[in-house]
Design a protein around this ligand. Structure first.
Ligand code: URA
Length: 239
């Protein structure tokens, strides 16, 4: 692959910025200064360094974020901060995007990647990737609600959801806390499911998506790369 492409894909800037780096003599390949953008490198075998820093090339990037409230699951937005704005400068240059959406006021597990094929497969309704949420509900959730959700609740636009598993964790002072697992990812789905049984979601946090589980060590707004094990099982699920 071309040296400028490898550097741009590794977060060293746009192709133009990378060209300036090369021109300035900041880049070495196998300990020899290399100034030519179209110089061909073997991404796995050649030792490429920028200002002496080793470039570890990865074809794709996979990050797990604990999304905070108040940021939108988009790459760009005219009004709000996006989840991509929360990434460090190097990661922001990797053309990453959120795999699926969480509402602005929803927290929790968000996968961020630049692998379009994996994203497409994971989001495909055919794959039935389960998503589990913790929710606080304004209202007392009952056994009848569990049965309705299990059967398939019809939400506002006459769409009947696939069976969902609802577990009541606690109920106190008219407020229930629950865990809910859904198979789809329709717009505002969990909120609309509870509205259909006359209750309101006041707090929502995604805990799991398929085999991927939110790392409890990540504070809100923090992120980390997936481990090899997490990635392998995610890829297996998406195939
Ligand atoms: N369901 C919702 O209502 N909101 C989300 O962010 C995710 C699922």
């Amino acid at each position: 692959m071309r040296l400028d492409k490898l550097l741009a894909n590794s977060g060293f800037g746009s192709r133009t910025e990378v060209k300036s780096l090369l021109k300035a003599g900041a880049v070495t390949v196998n300990d020899t200064r290399q100034k030519e953008a179209k110089y061909q490198v073997n991404a796995t075998q050649d030792k490429v360094e920028v200002h002496g820093e080793l470039v570890v090339y990865e074809e794709f990037t996979y990050l797990m974020m604990n999304k905070p409230q108040g940021v939108v699951s988009a790459t760009e937005d005219n009004w709000d901060e996006t989840v991509i704005d929360l990434l460090d400068e190097r990661d922001q240059l990797k053309k990453l995007f959120p795999v699926g959406r969480l509402d602005k006021d929803t927290e929790g597990l968000l996968l961020i990647s630049n692998n379009g094929v994996l994203a497409h497969n994971l989001l495909s309704p055919k794959k039935h990737v389960d998503k589990t949420y913790f929710a606080k509900i304004d209202g007392v959730v009952t056994e009848a609600d569990i049965a309705i959700f299990k059967e398939g609740v019809t939400i506002s636009d006459n769409y009947t959801c696939k069976p969902a598993e609802l577990v009541i964790l606690a109920t106190e002072n008219g407020i229930s806390t629950v865990e809910i697992t859904i198979q789809e990812g329709k717009f505002h789905q969990v909120k609309r499911m509870f509205e259909a049984v006359d209750k309101q979601v006041t707090y929502l946090k995604r805990l799991r998506m398929g085999t991927l589980e939110l790392d409890a060590g990540l504070a809100l707004g923090e992120y980390r790369p997936l481990t090899e094990k997490e990635l392998a099982s995610l890829i297996a699920k998406s195939e």
